[in-house]
Design a protein around this ligand. Structure first.
Ligand SMILES: [Zn+2]
Length: 161
């Protein structure tokens, strides 16, 4: 289990795959349980339970900084990026910023401006970003689904008002 967990933690693509595969497995279990055909589902349920436990552990593992060369999907969001060119003793001593990859531009990051007291869009060259970290946030998947539903409800309420 330890090795499997390390693999999950170290590879966001594996995490994405595990979530998708577990969703399919859970759907299949549900179908077998409710088909009325007395289908065998216990084996799949054992696999699903094991997968969910591993996923929970991987998702709650502390965020880890890794070299940008190990980023499997540069379009992944959200991303925290580290760059020596962002280091500024007054406003960004660690050179870390929220950012994303934009084709034909580079790494787009939020850069705090002390003149205007606001964030500016700043584009960094590909080679200027040296490390990344995929933040896991404090929320569970259920929390996020509930927040999205709240946001959708607010939008439709505002639209209808
Ligand atoms: Zn400014």
């Amino acid at each position: 289990m330890g090795e499997q967990l390390d693999a999950l933690e170290s590879d966001p693509v594996l995490l994405t795959f595990a979530r998708a595969a577990l969703a399919e497995i859970d759907q299949e279990i549900e179908q077998r349980q409710t088909s009325g055909l007395d289908e065998y589902w216990q084996g799949l349920k054992a696999i699903s339970d094991q997968g969910h436990a591993a996923l929970r552990k991987a998702e709650s593992a502390p965020m880890r900084w890794r070299p940008i060369s190990e980023l499997a999907d540069r379009y992944h969001q959200p991303l925290l990026l580290a760059s020596p060119v962002l280091i500024d003793g007054d406003k960004n001593p660690l050179g870390i910023a929220d950012g994303f990859w934009q084709d034909d531009e580079g790494w787009v990051v939020a850069d705090w401006c002390m003149c205007h007291d606001t964030f500016h869009r700043r584009v960094l060259a590909e080679h200027d970003v040296t490390h990344f970290c995929i933040p896991n946030g404090p929320w569970s998947g259920d929390d996020l689904a509930a927040f999205e539903m709240d946001a959708a409800a607010r939008l439709s309420a505002e639209g209808g008002a």
